[in-house]
Design a protein around this ligand. Structure first.
Ligand code: ADP
Length: 251
């Protein structure tokens, strides 16, 4: 017997903005709904480890593989939520880069030896959505630490200065693995991961989200990098004297 299919005739969104916003809403729901089953699997893995983990080596390996998969799925779900959040209404205010950078560095380098971070004195204030700007800094500083080869202490330098046109340029430099020249223009594309980053975990969404946030503020983002010599990620924020532009079309 053939199954009868019923199609929903709800009107499809007509403009690119409406489609994009529907897609983001869907992503928020899907990633949010993934959290409970993922937490449940993680809890069951814990129980299995406690019950049988000591007895069987193969079993321990299987559990470890499941946990690695769970970790990847959780990170992806988290980043999909961030992707949706990056498009929320902007709340631009006068924000202290000093404070934001201090908080993010504190989060990443709380344990001595995690990283050597040099922050230039007296970073200028900016007008931006502090929560989203924090997200950009968090991602750039997190990457600077992550993409330093294991065994080396990450060395990071953060500075920010006003440009002649009144905009502010923020730079996060590291001495990590670097990015191949041919791939530098692609690192801000969704899901792009560079050929030399295979040994480092990631989803390839973080920089895409950063670009979205910076561009929504009317700024630009880029990178200069040498393989083995490190990378300098930079972004600009327009002068605080003018409000960030309203929502822009997604590229
Ligand atoms: P993820 O780190 O989750 O893979 P991102 O979007 O943050 O995703 O970065 C995209 C890619 O750019 C990374 O996979 C990596 O190849 C490269 N990359 C980003 N930051 C750095 C860095 N500081 N040093 C070297 N490579 C980097």
């Amino acid at each position: 017997m053939r199954t009868k299919l019923t199609f929903c005739n709800a009107a499809a969104p007509t403009t690119p903005q409406a489609r994009e916003s529907e897609l983001r809403a869907l992503m928020t729901m899907a990633s949010h709904d993934l959290k409970n089953p993922l937490a449940s699997i993680a809890a069951h893995v814990e129980v299995l480890r406690a019950e049988y983990g000591e007895t069987d080596e193969d079993f321990r390996h299987f559990l470890a593989a499941i946990e690695r998969g769970l970790g990847r799925m959780s990170r992806l779900a988290e980043e999909l939520m961030d992707y949706a959040r990056a498009d929320r209404e902007l709340d631009p205010r006068q924000s202290s880069l000093n404070d934001l950078v201090g908080e993010v560095v504190g989060d990443h380098a709380a344990t001595p030896g995690t990283a050597r971070v040099t922050v230039a004195e007296a970073l200028p204030d900016v007008v931006a959505d502090a929560g989203l700007l924090r997200h950009v800094l968090d991602n750039l500083i997190g990457n600077a630490i992550k993409y330093t080869p294991a065994g080396a202490v990450p060395e990071i330098e953060i500075r920010a200065f006003d440009l002649a046109d009144g905009s502010t340029r923020v730079e996060v430099s590291d001495r990590g693995i670097g990015i191949p020249v041919a791939e530098q223009p692609k690192v801000f594309d969704a899901f792009h991961r560079c050929a030399n980053s295979g040994g480092y975990s990631g989803t390839g969404l973080g920089l895409h989200i950063c670009r979205r946030i910076v561009e929504r503020h009317g700024g630009r983002i880029g990178v200069e990098s040498n393989i083995g010599g490190g990378s300098r990620f930079w972004f600009t924020l327009p002068s605080g004297r003018t409000a960030p532009p309203a929502r822009t079309e997604v590229s």
